[in-house]
Write a protein that binds this ligand. Structure first.
Ligand code: MN
Length: 709
């Protein structure tokens, strides 16, 4: 490979080719310093270690990195692996280079408990370093790229780890920073090592496709070229092939086979002006029929990594689909080099203006995540944040906001202020009230309706998409759950203590402390919370209070039916602490019973749920519950319908349900062995009354034999 032939002389020549007035001596000095420092080390395949920093510097020169960046590339492993200190580097090379080398070293020095933690923390530091000086991340990327290119020398387990990390973290950031070629190389190399069989198979298929289509595309290229000439338009037509991992992802995402992917190969036209991009597209559409819905204008609406291009797919001369990408040279450069294309043409303060969109993303991410303690949660957040497309919407005052595609009014509310998010109860889009799960469209003007009496709902997590909203809601729920668990824990414990004529409020601070400690908890509240969550039973706690009764456990097993257990009502406990059972789908109006699960709060069942018989064996964990009043929201319910299997039955049933303005969330129809149709609907209903009248209506419908919940 090319990197094996890199020497300090070839490196200097390359750097001189794009930057004439630089100090050759600094590079030479950095090279000799690094070679000296690494002199006793070899790479795993046996070559002198200096080949690695040289290769990294060479990659950086491909990206036309400035001289300090390249010197830092040569020195990047000296502190980590040898006896060198940051001060040594500073004394010889000055502040700028020593800052870069120091930041790179800090990144690789962190030690952690678990791999996930290491990965997440490493990443967080990387983002922080990057927001200070973007060169740090570029050098880190070059380092990782060379390691990926030489991955075959490493043992299998290391290979897997590094390739996974590259695919999950490095590639998305490269994408986000717009460095297209780097993202592609990261993805394809990771893919090759993580799924070698699939990779080989795909490469074979792509080669075959190329052989089949090359002539055909050549023909189309000829037609376009002569047409461009005829019209006097400047345009360079080239063929392009989708990268392997891109193909694999598309197959996965759309659940299609390789044969169903039509844009493995395509054509790209690079022209001179924006206006000509549109002119050329018009030309193509006049030659062949465009496929509806496949035209994308990323010039008017660039992707958040600043990618710009026109995309269109047409039906070619032989009925084959052909995808075109049309862009200017400048757009092409940005698509390939992203952030790297910017710093090159500017002075030091470059990080501001044009780069600021990349950097703003970064700062926002770091800022919104600073409260997340759990490293794994942070990593998830970051992975989730790498979304390529955005929608632009407006505040009522006409201020523009950029949000990920799929964002809802809630995402918007949190993007304005955490408190506005928490208190959001509704939204008006362009003056019209919409549901909270409405997906924002480009150009929407959004007005958020708030109420100070409200808080977020766990349900929101099912549809919000921005990381900011997700983390804020989770945080709120965590705090609220704690509060409510303590409350519920106190009530459960009080009930249990009453059997022994004791009261929680009668306990002394010392006693509380001692009991908490006995359960390895720091605080009494932590213990109450565990009781509320069902992780510790109130009975276990009382046992600690009554050490003189060792047979309590046995007595407990013959406990009385739950009805005699005095009314613990979880009325008023908010939705977030309980979940409704998936076996009986209880609705407001049904009589209920709660079951304190281990670790998941209270599960609410219908009193006539057949599963309760089994659960009731442990009746200390049953609690009386009732519906909180005036709950405006809907719940999921299930209807099971047996009907004669004939045409139109299904349509009749669906329209009967819709006529009552009931939303169908899921539907499944099967034919039974005796030739009847069995249809199961999942629907959103308000309460027992509503489903009862629906069932009545359905029972009378033509062809229906039986209906039940
Ligand atoms: Mn290295």
């Amino acid at each position: 490979m090319a990197e094996e032939t890199v020497t300090i002389n070839t490196l200097i020549k390359k750097v001189q080719s794009y930057s004439r007035d630089f100090d050759v001596e600094v590079l030479k000095k950095a090279y000799f310093f690094s070679r000296e420092a690494h002199c006793s080390q070899t790479r795993i395949e046996g070559s002198p270690y200096i080949n690695h920093p040289l290769a990294v510097a060479d990659i950086l020169s491909d990206m036309k990195m400035d001289i300090s960046g390249i010197a830092a590339g040569l020195l990047h492993d000296t502190i980590e692996d040898t006896g060198t200190s940051v001060k040594d580097i500073k004394d010889i090379f000055g502040d700028e280079i020593s800052f870069l080398v120091g930041s790179l070293t800090k990144l690789s020095r962190l030690e952690f408990m678990t791999k996930e933690e290491a990965q997440a923390e490493n990443f967080r530091k990387m983002l922080l370093a990057m927001s200070e000086d973007i060169r740090v991340i570029i050098i880190k990327f070059a380092d990782r790229l060379h390691n990926m290119r030489t991955l075959q020398y490493l043992p299998d387990n290391k290979r897997q780890r590094i390739a996974t990390e590259t695919l999950e973290i490095y590639a998305p950031i490269a994408n986000r920073l717009g460095v297209g070629w780097l993202r592609i190389e990261f993805e394809d190399l990771s893919f090759k090592y993580l799924m070698p069989d699939l990779y080989d198979e795909l490469v074979k298929k792509v080669t075959k496709r190329k052989e089949e289509q090359e002539g055909y595309l050549e023909e189309i290229k000829g037609i376009i070229e002569s047409k461009l000439k005829e019209e006097g338009l400047h345009g360079k037509v080239t063929g392009r092939i989708k990268h392997n991992y891109g193909i694999y992802q598309k197959m996965q995402r759309q659940r299609i086979t390789f044969d169903e992917i039509h844009d493995v190969m395509g054509l790209r036209i690079i022209t001179d002006t924006n206006a000509n991009c549109y002119t050329i597209m018009g030309l193509i559409h006049s030659l062949w029929t465009p496929i509806p819905g496949r035209f994308k204008d990323y010039i008017a609406m660039s992707k958040s990594n600043m990618y710009q291009s026109l995309h269109t797919t047409v039906v070619g001369p032989k009925g084959e689909r052909v995808e075109f990408q049309i862009r200017t040279e400048e757009m092409h450069r940005i698509a390939e080099e992203g952030i790297a294309a910017h710093w090159r043409y500017k002075e030091k303060e470059s990080i501001e203006d044009k780069d600021s969109r990349y950097i703003a993303w970064l700062r926002d991410l770091i800022h919104s995540q600073k409260d997340l303690r759990d490293a794994r949660e942070f990593l998830e957040a970051v992975k989730g944040e790498v979304v390529p497309e955005v929608v632009y919407v407006f505040t009522p005052k006409g201020e523009i906001k950029e949000l990920p595609v799929g964002s809802t009014p809630i995402d918007f509310a949190y993007s304005i202020h955490t408190q506005i998010g928490h208190k959001c109860i509704g939204a008006k889009i362009n003056g019209r009230i919409v549901p909270l799960r409405y997906q924002l469209r480009n150009g929407d003007t959004i007005e958020i309706i708030t109420s100070s009496a409200h808080g977020p709902s766990r349900d929101w997590l099912k549809f919000v998409v921005s990381q900011r909203a997700k983390s804020r809601i989770k945080q709120w729920i965590k705090t609220e759950e704690r509060k409510q668990s303590i409350e519920l824990g106190t009530r459960l414990l009080d009930t249990e203590m009453k059997k022994h004529h004791l009261k929680v409020s009668g306990l002394k601070a010392g006693e509380m402390q001692a009991i908490a400690k006995a359960f390895s908890m720091q605080l009494w509240d932590d213990l109450l919370m565990s009781v509320g969550y069902g992780k510790i039973s109130p009975h276990q706690v009382v046992n600690r209070l009554l050490p003189e009764k060792p047979h309590e456990e046995v007595a407990h097993k013959t406990a009385k039916p739950h009805k005699e257990q005095k009314g613990i009502s979880i009325k008023g406990i908010d939705r977030i602490l309980y979940n409704t059972a998936k076996c009986c789908f209880p609705l407001p109006g049904d009589s209920l019973i709660g079951f304190v699960t281990r670790g998941k709060g209270v599960t609410i069942h219908r009193k006539d749920c057949p599963n309760l018989e089994r659960l009731a064996l442990d009746d200390a964990r049953l609690v009386d519950v009732d519906w909180a009043s005036s709950d405006e929201s809907t719940s999921t319910a299930r209807l099971i319908i047996e009907a004669v299997d004939k045409p139109g039955v299904l349509a009749n049933l669906s329209s009967a349900i819709s006529a009552m303005e009931i939303n169908i969330t899921q539907m499944e129809a099967t034919t039974t062995q005796d030739g009847k149709a069995r249809i199961v609907f999942n629907i959103d209903v308000k309460d027992r009354g509503q489903i009862a009248s629906l069932m009545q209506k359905i029972a009378q419908a033509d062809g229906v034999i039986r209906v039940r919940r």
